[in-house]
Design a protein around this ligand. Sequence first.
Ligand SMILES: [Zn+2]
Ligand SMILES: [Zn+2]
Length: 106
Amino acid sequence: MATRHDTVALLAHIPLPPLDLLSDARARGAQCIWGGEPLTTATAIDLGERVTNDAHWFPRACLRCTRSAVRAARNSHPGQCEQCVDGTALCETRHALHDLLLELRR
Ligand SMILES: [Zn+2]
Ligand SMILES: [Zn+2]
């Protein structure tokens, strides 16, 4: 599945499991970063480049796990965001996470 550039930018804010706890296959994007499902180019969702201790890696995930990670990020976001304290309707990040979630439902 192809992702738009702003989707990748947004996914960069979604917390991932720590690199040193991941198997080799997960760390290099052969398997879903969360569930370990085998991925193909057609099914994988690119989570953007990450840098951990100077190591550059490119995690990927399956649609189902990405959807629940985005949902969790959207739900926990307002508690960590100053903008959202004034009202979630004003927050662009929350809107973007919400739109991404709708996009992933398709
Ligand atoms: Zn998965
Ligand atoms: Zn916010």
